[in-house]
Design a protein around this ligand. Structure first.
Ligand SMILES: *Cc1c(COP(=O)(O)O)cnc(C)c1O
Length: 353
C-alpha cells in the first residue's frame, strides 16, 4: 500500500511525561484512508492532526455504524519501538466490520498504516517506565444520507496518544459492582464487536456504579443475568481451587487480545486454564468455601487489573484480602516485560518498527 505523507509545519509542544494521564494528548499526525463502494479502500495518507469535516447527515452520527481498536507502541531501553500483536487488532477490525456490515480491510495494510504513522510521530513515544503511545484506529460511515442501511462510504482514521503509567503508585485492586439491572449485550447482538454502540449501552450502569463507589461494573448475561461476561473494558479471570477460569466467548463478550495472551502464557507456565460459562452464584459459592483465590481483569489499557471486591445485590465479598494475587502478578510482569522489551519475547508477540 502506498501512503502519502504530509508533515505538519506547526508541531505541537509535547506534554510532560510524568503527567500524561490517558487519552488527553494527541500527536502531530494522523492516518486517513477512504472507502468508496466500487473503488475499495483508497487514498491512504498521513496528514497533520486536525479536526475532521463531516456532513451533518453523515450516517455514523445517526445510526452509529462505527468500530474502533486500541493497542500500544512502547519504547525500549535501547530506543527500539515495539508493537504488541498488531495483526490481532487488525484481524479483530474485520470481525467487528463483519458484524457492522463495514467492508473488510487488508490486515497487512492496516499494520503498515500503524507502523508508518508511529514512525512519523516516533518522538512522541514516552520513555518513562510504564508509559506508552496508545494507538486508536477507527472506522465510521460517512454517506450523507438519512435512512437505515449500510453506508457506501467510510473513513479509516488512526490517531495516537501518549499515555502515562497506569499504576503510578503500585497496583491497587479495584472494586467491582455486579450489574443485575442493565445489560451490555445479548446473544446474536454486537457484544463481540468493538463498536461504539456497546459503550453507549454501558454508560448508564457505569455512572450508577461510580456513584456507589465502584470503579466499574461486572456484566452478567443479558438473558438470565446469571452468567459472568466481562468487566467494563476488560475480560475477567478467576483463580478458583487451583484452576484459572475465564468466561468462554459466546458472541456476547469482546475477544480481548490481552485475554488471549493471558491464556497462552498461563497454559505455557503449567496452569490449568478453562474457558467456560461460570455463574455469579458459583463465584460467590467459591468465595464462601474459601476457594476464590484471585480475580482480575485483562485489557490493553491496564494490562492486568486485580479485583479486590465484588458487590452483587448488596452482598460484598473481598477477594485475596484486597491484594493482587500471584497469578495476576505473574501475568502482569510477563506481559508488560515483553511489551517494554525488558523481558525476552519467547512468544513472538512483539514487532519491532
Ligand atoms: C477492548 C475491550 C476489551 C479488552 O481487549 P484487549 O484486546 O485485551 O485490549 C475487553 N472488553 C471490551 C468490551 C473491550 O472493548
Amino acid at each position: 500500500m502506498n501512503i502519502s505523507i504530509t508533515k505538519t509545519t506547526n508541531p505541537k509542544q509535547k506534554p510532560d511525561q510524568n503527567d500524561l494521564g490517558f487519552g488527553q494528548y494527541f500527536t502531530d499526525h494522523m492516518f486517513i484512508m477512504d472507502y468508496t463502494e466500487g473503488k475499495g479502500w483508497h487514498d491512504a495518507r498521513i496528514v497533520p492532526y486536525a479536526p475532521l469535516e463531516l456532513d451533518p447527515s453523515a450516517m455514523v452520527l445517526h445510526y452509529g455504524q462505527a468500530i474502533f481498536e486500541g493497542l500500544k507502541a512502547y519504547k525500549t531501553k535501547k530506543d527500539d519501538i515495539l508493537l504488541f500483536r498488531p495483526e490481532k487488532n487488525m484481524q479483530r477490525v474485520n470481525n467487528s466490520n463483519e458484524l457492522l456490515v463495514i467492508p473488510q480491510i487488508d490486515v497487512d495494510d492496516g499494520v503498515q498504516a500503524i507502523k508508518e504513522l508511529v514512525k512519523v510521530d516516533a518522538d512522541w513515544i514516552p520513555s518513562e517506565p510504564g508509559t506508552s503511545l496508545y494507538i486508536r484506529p477507527f472506522i465510521f460511515a460517512t454517506d450523507p444520507f438519512l435512512g437505515v442501511r449500510p453506508s457506501n462510504t467510510y473513513k479509516l482514521v488512526i490517531i495516537l496518544s501518549p499515555v502515562g503509567a497506569y499504576y503510578k503508585e503500585g497496583i491497587n485492586p479495584v472494586k467491582i459492582y455486579v450489574e443485575s439491572n442493565y445489560v451490555r449485550a445479548v446473544r446474536g447482538g454486537l457484544g463481540s464487536a468493538k463498536t461504539v454502540a456497546n459503550y453507549a449501552a454501558s454508560l448508564k450502569a457505569q455512572v450508577e456504579a461510580k456513584h456507589l463507589g465502584y470503579t466499574q461494573v461486572l456484566w452478567l448475561d443479558g438473558v438470565e443475568k446469571k452468567y459472568i461476561e466481562e468487566v467494563g473494558t476488560m475480560n475477567v479471570f478467576f483463580m478458583i481451587d487451583g484452576e484459572v477460569i475465564t468466561p468462554s466467548l459466546e458472541g456476547t463478550i469482546l475477544p480481548g487480545i490481552t485475554r488471549m495472551s493471558t491464556i497462552e502464557l498461563l497454559k505455557k507456565s503449567g496452569y490449568s486454564v478453562t474457558e467456560r460459562r461460570i455463574t455469579i452464584q458459583e463465584l460467590y459459592d467459591a468465595h464462601a468455601a474459601g476457594k476464590l483465590d484471585e480475580a482480575f481483569g485483562t485489557g490493553t489499557a491496564a494490562v492486568i487489573s486485580p479485583i479486590g471486591e465484588f458487590n452483587w445485590n448488596g452482598n460484598a465479598i473481598i477477594v485475596n484480602n484486597g491484594k493482587i494475587g500471584e497469578v495476576a502478578s505473574k501475568v502482569y510482569d510477563t506481559i508488560t516485560g515483553i511489551q517494554s522489551g525488558n523481558l525476552e519475547d519467547t512468544y513472538g508477540w512483539t514487532q519491532k518498527i
